[in-house]
Every structure is written in C-alpha cells, then in structure tokens.
Design a protein around this ligand. Structure first.
Ligand SMILES: [Fe+2]
Length: 502
C-alpha cells in the first residue's frame, strides 16, 4: 500500500512511518504540514492518508477538503487528541473514512488501515457494479431504440407493399386516410383533391368520422390559406379547424389540431391529407412524422404512376381502336360494325343487370372483339362470295389471335373472354373451344348475340341487309341452339324497344 501521514509531531510521525514500513507497505510518506501534504497528493498516488486535525499551517478539515478535491476516492483517517463531536461530524461530512483518537496503539493504526482499505475495495466494487448496471441500462436503451427502428422500418415496408398493390386512385385515397387514422395521435382523417385553379379542396375519402359528425366535403378557402397549405416547399402544416374552413368546425373539433400534408406530383400539389388529432395530442410525434412523410411520398408516386399507366393504356386502346377502324374501313359493308355491337351489348348488359364493372368491360372490350381479324389476310376477310372450308378455318382463328393481341393490356379473365369466346354457341358447336351453355363466359354470350344481329342487319356483297324483324326471327330460331335463351330474350326486348323508339 501507499500511505501518506500528515503529522506535525515528528516523533509520532516517524514512529508511524517506521511501523507501517515494517508491515511491508510499498511506500509510506511523512509530511509535517498541510502544504507539503497537498503537493504530495497532487504529485503522487496514495491508497490511504492519516491526517492530524491540528497542523501548523492548515486546519486538518481544510486539508481533508483539499485532498478530496484532488483525489475523491482516497480514504482519509483523521487523527486528534481532543476530538469534539462537532469536529467529528464535520470531518465525516467532508468525507473522512475514520477517526483515530490520540493516544492510539500501533495496532489500532494497522487495524484502521486494514478496515479503510477493505472499505475502499468494497467501494470500488460497488462503483464497478454501478458502472456495469449503467452500461446495461444504456444497452437496453439502445436495444429499445433499435427495436423501435426495426418496427418503424417494418411498418414502412408494409405501407409500401400495401400501396404497391393498389390499382385505382379511389382505393389509394381510402387507404391513405385509413393508414393515417391508425397513427397513435390521430383518430380521423380526410383526403382532398385540389382542383387545378387551387381555389378549394374536394373531399375524396374520409375515415374514422362518427355517423353524427359532419364529414368535410367541399372546403372553400381563401388564396392565402391555400398558399399556406400547398405553397412550394411547404411540407407539414399544423392548423386549427377554424383556420381550414367551416366544414369541420363543430363543437367537438373546435379545440383539436389538424396536421395537413400536401401531395405533389413534380412539385405541383394535387391533393391534401388532413389528419385530425385526438384531443390530448398537440401534433405528430417525430416517428409519426417520418411515417406520414413516407406515406405521402409513396402515395404521390403511386398516383403519378397510375396516371402514367392509365395514359399508356388509354393510348394503347386508342391504337387498337384505330386498327379496328382501319380494318372495318376496308370493308364497305361492315363499317362501324364494332361500334354498333358495343352499343347493343352495353344496353343489353344493363337490361340483364350487369355490374358497372361488367358494363364498363363491354364498353371497352366489346369494341375490340374482332381485333384478331388484323391477323387474317385481307383477301379472305373481304372476299365477296362465300368462303372455302379452308378459308373458314383461317377466319375461325381470329378470336385466339385477338386474345394474344390484348394479352399485355392487363385485362381481367372476364374481359379477355369476350374476345376469345364471342363465337361460341350455346349448344357447343361454336369455336374456338366448343364451350357449351353456361360454360361460355356471360359477357361473351351477350356480345355473340349483338355481333350476330349486326351482321344480319348489315348489307353484304352477296345479300341485302335483313330487316330488324327478320333478324329477330332468325335469332329466335337459334334460341337455345346458338344463343343463351335468357340473354337473347333480353336482347330482343331491348331491340324491339329501340326500333320503336321507346
Ligand atoms: Fe368475330
């Protein structure tokens, strides 16, 4: 051990020094005054110090303070011949480890030193445990943060996957408000489209609003407010309901805060997400901001992609329609055949109770039912007389060719079935697959009737156009043979009304 003795009584000091050296302590230094002791502590390291309470140049308590200031962990044993209770308490308060009252035996010194060193060891052990405990707490904190980041990343990944699967803008707007409402601080949300003149907000989707609450529909705001909400560089704006328009300023919402996020395509705002915070929340937490920011950017990109995709598909349909027109223009007798077939099919589809999606399919794909004829040579298609068996076999390929042409349009099976199966017959004698009865897709059965009727009522090189009533009779002769009886009845009903101008 390295021991410091501060004692102005030279005899006592030297006695202690000699005794401790005999006990095999590494170093025992004697200082006769406080000043030397301060220098020794500043320059060297000790394991324990014995300090006399009365020194010639300094009060022992003052020296105790100086020693603790230099080396807080150094145990200090105070020595005094006349210790008062007040002094003892003060010394302990200033960090003294023990007290030796003069006169003391050398054995007392040895025992005190032993005890003090042991206490120091325990103290160091305790300190090390505390540090370990603190390190563990910090590790747990880092782990918690890491888990929270992983959870956040997982959530972002889920949002990304969710949005990637959405195919229509309406579904997207509904999903945005739903995802925003799932945030801890939010309990309802609305999505608005911003018209080009940026004069108002048109509600497209709402989520979380109670039945008795007034969902925002059409919000009219002043130019300044719109600029504040949508202005360039503006990201997330926190507002009160009364600042954003009267439509959501109700009793229950007047004290709420709203987070408003514009959605942009190439810097131009086209939409706005409005999240209504729960009463106890004064805005979004930072992780919620990150999440919503990601959602908004992802949704904006999805809308842009959808618009581009719709534009591409629309262009593609336009090209296909032009091809159909070009095809029909070559035949003087079949001009606008596809347009008429589409009109008949759509009307009959409505009579038969088709869903709006089915009617839409008839409207789009009906026009393209004969697109496969592009792959049939002109001399066969435009042949004035009847076809040879071989030529007829070639013509019969047009539904399958048509299906291949539209394969990349991403049509539903029901939509492409219109093209492939519009020449199937109810009794199974049609082509290309010889489907029978209800095996034939429903929309194809409707187009088949419309197609046959228009063929009959159109003039051909080898025959005149049949009248409507003659054509209906011919269709009815094939009821249950070539045509679906129910669909045919609906068609006849429609065409008779159409002819009579009802
Ligand atoms: Fe056809």
């Amino acid at each position: 051990m390295r021991v410091l003795i501060v004692e102005d009584d030279v005899i006592l000091g030297e006695l202690l020094q000699e005794y401790l050296l005999r006990l095999d302590h590494e170093r025992v230094q004697l200082c006769l005054n406080g000043r030397d002791a301060c220098i020794a502590v500043a320059e060297q390291t000790f394991d324990c110090a014995f300090v006399d309470l009365r020194l010639p140049d300094m009060d022992g308590l003052r020296l105790l303070e100086r020693i603790k200031g230099e080396d807080h962990g150094l145990p200090v044993v105070m020595m005094s011949g006349y210790p008062t209770m007040e002094y003892t308490i003060e010394a302990m308060r200033k960090g003294a480890s023990d007290f030796l009252t003069k006169p003391f035996t050398l054995q007392d010194v040895a025992l005190t030193l032993q005890r003090v060193i042991k206490e120091k060891g325990l103290l160091l052990e305790n300190l090390s445990l505390q540090l370990e405990c603190q390190a563990r707490k910090e590790l747990e904190k880092v782990n918690r943060e890491l888990e929270s980041r992983v959870a956040e990343q997982t959530r972002l990944f889920q949002i990304s996957g969710d949005i990637d699967e959405i195919r229509s803008s309406d579904d997207l707007y509904n999903r945005i408000v739903q995802l925003a409402s799932n945030l801890e601080s939010v309990d309802k949300a609305s999505f608005f489209i911003v018209p080009q003149d940026k004069s108002s907000l048109l509600s497209m989707a709402n989520f979380g609003w109670e039945d008795d609450e007034f969902e925002p529909q059409h919000v009219l705001l002043g130019e300044d407010k719109m600029r504040q909400l949508l202005g360039n560089g503006c990201n997330h704006v926190l507002m009160r309901p009364n600042e954003v328009g009267v439509s959501i300023e109700t009793e229950s919402h007047s004290n709420r805060l709203l987070s408003c996020w514009p959605l942009r395509i190439r810097g131009e705002a086209f939409g706005l997400l409005m999240a209504v915070h729960k009463p106890q929340y004064r805005g979004l937490a930072s992780e919620e901001k990150r999440l919503l920011d990601f959602l908004i950017r992802k949704a904006s990109l999805a809308v842009e992609n959808m618009a581009l995709y719709e534009s591409l598909i629309s262009n593609f349909y336009g090209i296909l329609k032009s091809l159909v027109n070009a095809l029909e223009a070559k035949d003087l007798y079949t001009g606008k055949h596809s347009e008429r077939v589409t009109r008949y099919a759509v009307e009959v589809g409505r009579v038969l109770g088709c869903s709006s999606t089915q009617v839409e399919s008839l409207e789009t794909i009906g026009y393209l039912h004969d697109i496969g004829k592009i792959g049939i040579q002109d001399f066969i298609l435009n042949k004035p007389g009847s076809l040879t068996a071989e030529e007829y076999e070639i013509v019969k390929k047009h539904p399958a060719i048509g299906e291949i042409i539209v394969a990349d349009l991403g049509l539903t099976p029901e939509e492409s079935s219109i093209i492939r199966h519009h020449h199937e017959k109810w009794d199974g004698s049609g082509y290309p697959d010889g489907l029978k009865g209800e095996e034939i897709p429903f929309l194809a059965r409707i187009v088949s009737i419309a197609d046959a009727f228009d063929a009959m009522t159109s003039k051909r090189a080898y025959r005149d156009a049949m009248s409507c009533s003659e054509s209906v009779k011919e269709l009815m002769r094939n009821r249950g043979k070539q045509f679906d009886p129910d669909a045919l009845d609906a068609f006849v009903c429609f065409i008779q009304k159409d002819e009579s101008g009802q």
